[in-house]
Write a protein that binds this ligand. Sequence first.
Ligand code: NDP
Length: 435
Amino acid sequence: TSRNGHEPEFIQAVQEVAETVIPYIAEQEIYSGKNILLRMVEPERLISFRVAWVDDDGEIHVNRGYRIQMNSAIGPYKGGLRFHPSVNASILKFLAFEQVFKNSLTTLPMGGGKGGSDFDPKGKSDDEVMRFCHAFMTELCRHIGPNTDVPAGDIGVGAREIGFLFGMYKKIRNEFTGVLTGKGLSWGGSKIRPEATGYGTVYFAQNMLETRNDSIEGKTVAVSGSGNVAQYAAEKVLQLGGKVVTLSDSGGHIHDPDGIDAEKLAWVMDLKNNRRGRISEYVKQYPGASYHKGKAPWHVACQVALPCATQNELNGEDAKTLIKNGCICVAEGANMPSTPEAIHAFHDARILFAPGKASNAGGVATSGLEMSQNSLRISWTREEVDQRLKGIMSDIHDSCIEYGREDDGYCNYVKGANIAGFVKVADAMLAQGVI
Ligand code: NDP
């Protein structure tokens, strides 16, 4: 903490890992005296740069751009770009650190990184977003490459932004390579990539429920967020016979007791992806629903909760309310949405709880599959990618069980994911020496 005391999110993410991994390291002879965790918490490289761009009125703006190259022991750096006013070094370091473990869990050869900017795409025209993305890439392009560092999307970076970023990279480098994932289908993107994080989160929840001879079918599900991850998590819940009753954005959440069916979800997707509107508009379209300003949806009774918006959106009180109302399974679609107090409450109540680094790994896993397809210059079918995604989520689940089982038979997925992710990276670092 002395070196990173001003970075609360980063410290929170490291503490969560340290709590479970340090006792494990203490029992393993090979890691003794190697200071592996100390080496892992220091980014291999942290790049910060100026992004100057001109708005539609001719005014010049300056934002700060970042790329954090955290760990490349098992493959090129890989992780998303976030465009949001809250972005700073602490948030990106927490995300990059989590990414190292997550990518290791996927079984694919990817190191960990993360990047982004404090640029706010909300309220900007398409042309302004394009000019910002182009300006951002004129600097980022010197630090990335298909064998070095392969960024993807995250909050505020979707298909539109990836298109603008890719276009500028291609122009500057004069090469068409898989340097970014989340590309459009006609120019190197993978089928199922837009769906992968949300679908994967629900596949993981299904795997967890199966350990108790249960399933998503017939369950009432609370989802937060209404962006990429939330939309496809909701879609998969519907396909598996569950009922989604909430969605949210940074303004508040909607509660639809009748359930958000496929038609309503299509309306939300159009609202968010094309019209770029607010979730509050849902209640005008569907008056049976209610809107709760400034609140997360965790007071709504549900058996399954899928936090899919942002970090620290579910606190200890929320967790207790969920448990009291009959929640039996929580799978994180977002990164670190549950506070440490919430996680302790879930563990104490012995309900199923999956940390994002395990349950939302389907997105980066499918990005890894996009990289493979780009290298081979082929394109797999939807069914093929979906099967691989399902298989990877099931393998991650098995790894969590292997390392996370406690004496009373309860699976601590946090411990399981942290140790399983750690072992592969630590072994590679040991083999490569002190560098
Ligand atoms: P989007 O930008 O598509 O959606 C983000 C959603 O979260 C929006 O509904 C947004 O509301 C809401 N949100 C953002 N910030 C806040 C906040 N401070 N308080 C409340 N709500 C907020 O992003 P994604 O769906 O891609 O990402 C969501 C989460 O999933 C993030 O934690 C991300 O890191 C994680 N993730 C994403 C992956 C991916 O493949 N996209 C992969 C793995 C994890 P609003 O529109 O009002 O801002």
